[in-house]
Structure formats: C-alpha cells, structure tokens
Design a protein around this ligand. Structure first.
Ligand code: ADP
Ligand SMILES: N[C@@H](CCOP(=O)(O)O)C(=O)O
Length: 318
C-alpha cells in the first residue's frame, strides 16, 4: 500500500535570526504548501517519478534529485544497504524561492525513510542528517529550514547544545503572508553575498535583536516582539538581490502590516500581520504588485505547529 509523507514550507531567518530562527507555515485555506513524498512499494532498483506545480523547476535527471541523494545518505548513516524503493515526489514548493524548498524535500525524504524502516535513527540523528544534506546544497550547514520543516513551529537553533533547537512561543492571532514573485534566487549565491565577518557593533545589534525577540515571545509582549524584527545581517548584504523590498515595505506598512522581511534567502517576502483583515489586504497587494509570472504565488498562512508527518492523502496535509 502506498504511504504518503508531507513536510511544510519554512521561512529561514525570520529577520531577527540569520541561520538561527526558522518557522514552518501552512496556508489558512488548507492548500498544500510543502512537498509530499509517496513510497509506493519496494522494487529492484530505487526510482523516482515527479508531479506537482513546481515539478518543472527540478533537475530533469532524477538521479540529481535530492530525494535520491537523501536515500543514499540515509543508508550510509544506518550502515545498511536497504531495498530499492518506488518513490513519487509531489513538488509543491518552488525551487530557489526562499521557502526552504530543498530543505522540504530533504526533510520529507529523511522522515519518510526513517518511518518506513521502523525508525533506525533518533530525532537528533535525523535532524543532523537533514542539516548535512541541506549544507551540501546551500554551501554551508544551516538548520533554520530543516528544523521547522521537520519539527513544526518557530524554532530557535541552539548550536553547540545537545538540544540542537527549541520550539519558541508564538502569538496565536498572527498571520503571515508569503509572496513568491515567480523568479529564482540561488541560496548558495545569496549566502555568498553575506560578509564573512561582522563589525562588533553589528554583532551586538544582532545579538540584541534576537534576544529581545525571544524574550518578548516568552513574555508575550507583542509590541516589543515586533519592534525587535530587524535584519542587520542578511538584508543589508542582499539589498541588491531584492531591489523591490523598500517600496513593498513602505506600501505594506501603510496597510497596517506589522513587519515585512525576506523569507530565507529570498525572493519570497513575508508580511507579518496582526489580524485576518490586514493579512487579506497584504495578500491582495502582494499578488498584484509582486507576482511576476505563472509560477508566482501568494498565501495567507498560519504557523504550522506540526512538521513532517505521514498523511493519508497528498492533497489533504493540514
Ligand atoms: N527535490 C528537490 N527540491 C528542491 N531542489 C532540488 C531538489 N532536487 C534537487 N534540487 C536542486 O537543489 C538546488 C536547490 O537550490 P536552493 O537555491 O538551495 O533552493 P531553495 O532555496 O529553494 O532550497 C537546485 O539546484 C535544485 O535543482
Ligand atoms: N538562513 C538561510 C536560509 C535560506 O533559506 P532558503 O529557503 O532560501 O533556502 C539563508 O538566509 O541563507
């Protein structure tokens, strides 16, 4: 019997936490915004077929697909040659979009293999495997997409701690509009734009902003949490890659949006809204001013508190 697995889209950095904060999101209208992997059964040689709205953005040769790469990594990590699998990927997240597309495929694949083979890897081992696989694509290991896509929620990375990451509080009424213009930005290229060293002043500003955001979430101080959302690391370095951001921010702020930032490495932008009404206005604005082609999309989302999981049907994941 076919088994289906799903992992949600994610927004890395969430402005205040370059490489250290990431959130999983799902559309409020129940649409699927994430990847679904089907394991259809076992066969002599592992094979992968593709469908989904963003199938055309994937490498044409499926041996270059991260799903198959993850199966090799998974077998190496468990130290066994496993049976061939008949796999099908429903690719519903655009590639190079800032929505954690590669991480989403990596997470759904590693989660599915571990579940299918009766969990040989612990949660922590699986998360490390996912982060290594993501590092292979983006040029350096970062957990801020794989952790929320795997575990759900808003995750704070804890480098050096055995916990790896922790789920943070959130504001239940917050909605986030994600708008993807339909154009591509390579994460590897966008990471190359970040300076390898930060001045002491910027380092202190970064630490202050992230600490202020996290402490405001724990105190449920909404005003302070929103005020802390400044990106002093990635946004200044990526300004040339996101030339429309200042005008979008100004227009959305006038509509009442609490904060506008780059989702991951872009070009998707996220608009944090304190009410459904403002989110609806922001989505309408972004759909007409930021979408550029047929691949573009804009979704009103809530935090996806559950991450990767087995699902009954590839169209019903929320
Ligand atoms: N299943 C997959 N999902 C996403 N990207 C994939 C997949 N398989 C291979 N790739 C390749 O991985 C790279 C992902 O690029 P990247 O800029 O990191 O995307 P994103 O920021 O969306 O994660 C692309 O070169 C893409 O062709
Ligand atoms: N912290 C990373 C996040 C990249 O996210 P993606 O969705 O663009 O892959 C970064 O900013 O480079």
């Amino acid at each position: 019997m076919t088994q289906y697995y799903y992992a949600p889209a994610s927004t890395g950095n969430f402005s205040a936490g370059f490489d250290l904060l990431g959130a999983a999101f799902e559309p409020v209208n129940g649409q699927v915004l994430g990847d679904v992997l089907a394991i259809r059964g076992e066969c002599a040689t592992t094979k992968l077929s593709l469908s989904g709205r963003y199938q055309h953005q994937l490498p044409t040769d499926s041996t270059d697909n991260l799903i198959l790469h993850c199966y090799q990594l998974f077998q190496q990590r468990v130290g066994k040659t496993l049976p061939g699998l008949d796999l099908h990927l429903f690719k519903e997240l655009p590639v190079g979009s800032g929505l954690g597309s590669s991480a989403c495929s990596i997470v759904v694949a590693c989660f599915a293999f571990n579940h299918y083979f009766a969990e040989p890897l612990s949660k922590a081992e699986l998360l490390q495997l996912m982060a290594e696989a993501e590092g292979g694509v983006s040029g350096s290991v970062h957990y801020d997409n794989v952790a929320p896509s795997y575990l759900g929620g808003l995750q704070l990375m804890l480098p050096g701690s055995a916990h790896l990451c922790r789920n943070l509080p959130w504001f239940d009424h917050w909605q986030v509009v994600l708008s993807y213009p339909g154009t591509t930005l390579s994460t590897k290229a966008a990471r190359a734009a970040i300076p390898s060293q930060l001045p002491l002043k910027t380092s202190i500003e970064f630490a202050a902003g992230l600490s202020r955001f996290v402490s405001a979430l724990y105190c449920q101080d909404e005003v302070d949490a929103i005020a802390a959302l400044h990106d002093v690391v990635a946004e200044p370095a990526r300004a040339l890659l996101m030339p429309e951001l200042p005008a979008l921010r100004q227009a959305l702020t006038e509509l009442g949006v609490a904060h506008v930032g780059i989702s991951g490495a872009g070009p998707t932008v996220f608009a944090l809204c304190q009410s459904e009404q403002i989110a609806a206005k922001a989505a309408t604005y972004l759909a007409s001013h930021y979408e550029k082609n047929q691949d573009a999309m804009t979704h009103i989302c809530r935090l996806a508190s559950a991450g990767a999981r087995a699902v009954k049907d590839p169209t019903q994941c929320s």
